[in-house]
Design a protein around this ligand. Structure first.
Ligand code: GEK
Length: 244
């Protein structure tokens, strides 16, 4: 019997590789897919909880933008204990949210969490002490990224933070090639074969657009953030904390 939760989406040779979408098939295998594809994913999620413990303010809001199945939100709930606040977990994939809803129902009796199906471009942000973009900005149209970050900056309270985690690119072609080589070694070590790696890469090519660390710093500054600090990097995956 095959394990339904194991990601085998790109294991067979496909005549045509369609653009990647967060549909039911992806939702079913997502925890396995992201853990085997994103180096340091578990660390980023765990530290999101730690940072929430440090920075979430009483009577404020937390926004988990592109929440997928809610991993970051669950880590936040661990980190903030009984603090009074509202956690808005937002994703525009109905299938991902359906799965998040059933995880939430299974794992907790929380009433502080609201799951919302919408495009983060349309999310209103206010009274926030923590906004999370864990591997989500990379899927937003390039022209809409600055507008989104400006909105987040405006909606943060003084002392509030944005956690921004992304796959990045490197301006130096040698660095770019080496980082991709190491990322692919990570995927192979996690059981993906060369066919799966190459078909997934084609599927993501037009959908996930990574930028350089410098581009991220520049845009965060332009959006109004006082500073942004890199706290995590593993190959071509990073996480930053940006402060109001
Ligand atoms: C985690 N943060 O487990 N509006 C809302 N949601 C969006 C949009 C959009 N415009 N574009 C993409 N998404 C999660 C992982 S996954 C990262 C985030 C990955 C959603 C999309 O439906 C998906 O659930 C999520 O962003 C990206 O920490 O798969 O590499």
């Amino acid at each position: 019997m095959t394990d339904r939760r194991k990601d085998r989406i790109y294991a067979e040779n496909l005549d045509k590789v369609d653009d990647f979408v967060f549909d039911r098939r992806v939702a079913e295998v997502f925890p396995d897919m992201i853990k085997r594809s994103v180096p340091g994913y578990s660390t980023v999620i765990a530290m999101t909880g730690v940072l929430a413990g440090e920075y979430v303010q009483n009577n404020s809001r937390i926004y988990d933008l592109g929440c997928s199945l809610g991993a970051s939100s669950f880590a936040v709930l661990e980190g903030i204990k009984a603090r009074e606040c509202e956690l808005l977990a937002i994703d525009n994939s109905e299938e991902m949210l359906k799965q998040a809803q059933s995880n939430l129902a299974l794992q907790t009796t929380e009433t502080r969490v609201k799951l919302i199906c919408e495009d983060v471009i349309n999310t209103q942000i206010n009274n926030a002490s923590l906004v999370i973009l864990n591997f989500t900005l990379q899927f937003i149209d390039l022209e809409q990224r600055l507008e989104l970050l400006k909105k987040i900056h405006t909606g943060l309270r003084p002392g509030g933070i944005l956690i921004l985690s992304e796959k990045i690119a490197f301006a130096d072609p040698v660095a770019q090639a080496l980082q991709i080589e190491m990322h692919h070694a990570f995927k192979r070590a996690n059981g993906y074969n060369d066919l799966e790696i190459s078909q997934k890469r084609s599927a993501l090519e037009k959908v996930l657009i990574p930028e350089t660390l410098e581009q991220h710093y520049r845009r965060l500054k332009q959006a109004g953030f006082a500073r942004a600090d890199l706290w995590f990097q593993c190959f071509n995956f990073v996480s930053l904390v940006a402060r109001k």
